[in-house]
Design a protein around this ligand. Sequence first.
Ligand code: SDX
Length: 378
Amino acid sequence: TTTTPEIHRGLAGVVVDTTAISTVIQETNSLTYRGYAVQDLAAHCSFEEVAYLLWYGELPDTQQLHEFRARERALRPLDRTTAELLARLPETCHPMDVLRTAVSFFGSEDPTEDDGSTAANHAKSLALLAKLPVVAAADHRRRQGLAPIQPDPSLGYAENFFHMCFGALPSPEVVRCFEISLILYAEHSFNASTFTARVVTSTLSDLYSAVTAAIGALKGPLHGGANEAVMHMLNEIGDPQWAEKWLDEALADKRRIMGFGHRVYKHGDSRVPIMQEATDLLVTSADDADAARLAALHSALRHAMLSRKGIHPNLDYPAGLAYHLMGFDIPTFTPLFVMSRITGWTAHITEQLEHNSLIRPLGVYNGPGQRAVPAHAR
Ligand code: SDX
């Protein structure tokens, strides 16, 4: 008798490769990018420096950062064809589909699409880092019935995004909170969308195909889409006093509470304390009743979930509230995740190519035994 091999559904707990990009140190529950703890990167670095670190393995020196920033700013503007294509997409087009379509279009326009060299892929990655915010901001304004605002090369990456969305800059605290969210969202080892990018890359397909596939994976509410679902949930509950009652009903209905739980972290997502602290700052600086109510509800739900299920929030939980408080509409939330995670995805694409092996797991068959085609079908 053949023994059925052990099946690891969802690849839970399955180690498939080595990676030098990031790791979660369980003992200290800290996430490090190329050896640097995200707490330190969030406290001392810009998002541009973290992008550089993920791609090149080291933090840039002053000269390297200056050149990197100049290249990123020069790459921001969309060409007219791309702008016209995106403007033609249906108004109801899901923002993640807008980004996915834009990346596909960039690939179709790139004559070096199939050049899989590290240098070529780093150049494509920087162009996507620079252009995705322009696409996301234009789509944000299109939903408000407003014309796009051109990127401003005199502004840093985070400030420029607010400029393109709102035509104005918020307080430095708000910009810094946004930048911290980008640093925290940038990379998280073999999560579903990053692994998707590695699978596509492992066939020696191109970077645009891998990123398009990763955007498709991130769109799902069990992964990136959770930050939007968190805000819908807070709006659905409304008042802090209903938090416990709402949660009891939701858990009784076996509903998944968005923004909670994690496949890897079982004692709390190491990124949450930093994001929560930045969000708390937003609430105090917002100084309005609505922000205070949402913060109270956010806290009540978190405590209720911890006491009832012992399940901790993940990064999407504070991030969803923070993005609302920054003035972004909910459909923009997951595109913000893409703008950040493009750095981790492309770092993994390059790493996969450096020591590639086609990714092709097995399944154990449980269908009908072998049988002959019946006479009447011949
Ligand atoms: C991200 O992988 C990454 O690194 C992802 C990410 C990244 O940076 O790339 O961190 C970003 O995607 C964060 C996760 C965002 N997703 C959500 O917030 C959606 C809600 N979360 C759940 O769907 C869930 O927690 C997962 C999918 C995130 C992880 O689930 P697992 O590891 O597959 O665990 P499970 O679904 O098997 O749940 C284990 C138990 C179950 O109880 P039982 O059915 O065994 O009784 O815990 C329960 C689950 O019901 N549970 C939850 C829950 N999460 C787990 N119950 C209610 N609400 C939840 N959110």
